[in-house]
Design a protein around this ligand. Structure first.
Ligand SMILES: [Zn+2]
Length: 236
């Protein structure tokens, strides 16, 4: 499981401790910087005013930057299910990856294995629902793209640390790019609201949903495939 967690403390957190049962969400990020060392510097430098609880290096090494009961500064302006500012109720995990701006790459096996072990531990410790393991882009679709379409949400769901739809991929791919009626569009947006997404311009909302649940094509357009997936996720 999780053997070596190295402490590498960041000064960027609220100095008042929260209660264990205030922690309801886990937010996944990528660092989005060219060099891992620079990302770590930023997350631990007082002037930057950002941090996360955990940091997963390219090597798979796990660092603890902020102890869990303190509020780290990772989510920024964010909302989910009408809750705003998710920092207070979440644990933030940063995974080293240059991100969309600097040559976005696949997360490596070691990173994902450590992440799954960490998520299992946190879910258990804080009684967090796998539905509440979210990407930064889910809670801030207008501003954020992390962890992005290369993040293996489906693998996580197989390990019961996330959710996924139950539709046969072959059936789904036939629906890709098939136009939706106006009524379909409305029901898609309504489904997203039920899942937890907050109101924002449709283009961003659709992209956030696609990065999370239909990573094969991110075009910001609602099609029949997106609609079917959204129906399945509502029931998940
Ligand atoms: Zn982020």
């Amino acid at each position: 499981m999780l053997k070596n967690i190295r402490k590498f403390y960041s000064p960027n957190f609220n100095k008042i401790k929260r209660k264990k049962n205030n922690i309801k969400y886990i937010i996944i990020h990528y660092t989005g910087m060219k060099r891992e060392q620079d990302a770590l510097k930023r997350l631990t430098k007082i002037q930057s005013e950002v941090s996360s609880h955990y940091f997963i290096k390219n090597s798979g090494t796990l660092l603890l930057l902020v102890p869990e009961l303190y509020i780290a500064w990772h989510a920024g302006k964010s909302s989910w299910k009408n809750k705003k500012f998710l920092n207070k109720s979440s644990i933030g995990i940063e995974i080293s990856n240059p991100g969309h701006r600097y040559g976005y790459k696949k997360f490596n096996k070691k990173q994902i294995q450590i992440l799954i072990n960490l998520l299992k531990k946190l879910i258990n410790k804080f009684k967090i629902s796998p539905k509440n393991i979210l990407g930064h882009s889910d809670i801030a679709p207008e501003r954020k793209k992390d962890p992005g379409e290369k993040f293996p949400w489906k693998t996580l769901a197989r390990k019961k640390v996330s959710i996924w739809h139950k539709i046969n991929p072959k059936i789904l791919s036939k629906l890709r790019n098939q136009k939706c009626s106006k009524k379909d569009n409305i029901s898609f947006v309504y489904n997203l609201k039920k899942i937890g997404y907050s109101k924002c311009p449709e283009k961003y909302l659709v992209k956030a949903f696609q990065m999370r649940f239909r990573p094969e094509l991110i075009n910001g357009k609602i099609d029949k495939e997106c609609l079917e997936i959204s129906k399945s996720i509502v029931k998940a």
